[in-house]
Design a binder for this molecule. Structure first.
Ligand code: SF4
Length: 234
């Protein structure tokens, strides 16, 4: 991996190309957390439909959500797919939120404590935990998803198979452990992965092409391997 300024150049170029991403679209931290579970293995559009249904039913608070009948909650989150699993995970998260003492108690915990707690919840892996940490709890962590792996490996900044924690920490360090920048960088990488750095990259007119190893030298073995990394939000 190269030094920080090189990665800031990537961030700056993507920001200039795509503008502010305004992530995460949520009215409060609990809604953000619910959205992070609902968007797993589906598009954000489907997750947003389920969130809208929950909002209409007045169920986007941990207390109401935890008390809903199972069948009712399943019907509300059905647009997000795998609705039985997602309903159970949402209720489990709502109960954890309440049993932990609510927002003020949770927000006072250290990042490692919170992350360990989140990882103990059903359906919360490192990517979802870090989404919640950066966008709901405003902690300076970097979310490593398939887009980040693909783009950073093709660019030549990181190996495509770096262990999650190592890559996350390296990016957070290079960006300067700034919560707003790290959240924006993740959002910009998702946008870039959808527009240019797709499974088959569209290097023509890519804002990173002048400095990207793959853009400069054409499809390499790195690019071919990275292209096989699944992208859940594509
Ligand atoms: S130049 Fe091509 S491989 Fe490099 S970031 Fe852009 S689209 Fe991806």
């Amino acid at each position: 991996m190269t030094a920080g300024p090189a990665l800031r150049t990537v961030l700056d170029r993507l920001a200039a190309a795509y503008g502010p991403q305004a992530w995460w679209p949520a009215r409060d931290p609990f809604e953000m957390m619910a959205g992070a579970l609902l968007t797993q293995r589906t598009t954000w559009r489907n997750a947003a439909r389920a969130l809208a249904a929950l909002r209409c039913a007045g169920a986007l608070s941990p207390e109401v959500l935890a008390g809903l009948r199972t069948a009712e909650l399943q019907a509300l989150v059905r647009p997000a797919g795998t609705f039985r699993t997602k309903a159970a995970r949402l209720q489990s998260m709502a109960r954890w939120y309440i049993d932990s003492g609510g927002w003020e108690v949770l927000a006072a915990r250290s990042t490692p404590e919170l992350r360990a707690d989140l990882l103990g919840l059903s359906g919360v892996g490192p990517e979802t935990a870090d989404d919640i940490l950066v966008y709901a709890f405003q902690r300076p962590v970097f979310v490593v998803d398939a887009y980040a792996r693909r783009i950073l490996s093709r660019y030549g900044w990181a190996g495509w198979d770096q262990p999650y924690e190592r890559l996350s920490d390296a990016v957070a360090s290079a960006i300067g452990r700034d919560t707003a920048l790290l959240g924006e960088f993740h959002a910009l990488l998702v946008e870039h992965g959808k527009r240019h750095c797709r499974a088959t990259p569209r290097c023509m007119d890519c804002p990173l092409a002048e400095r990207c190893r793959t853009g400069l030298h054409g499809a390499t073995g790195v690019a071919k391997r990275a292209a096989r990394v699944p992208a859940s939000r594509e």
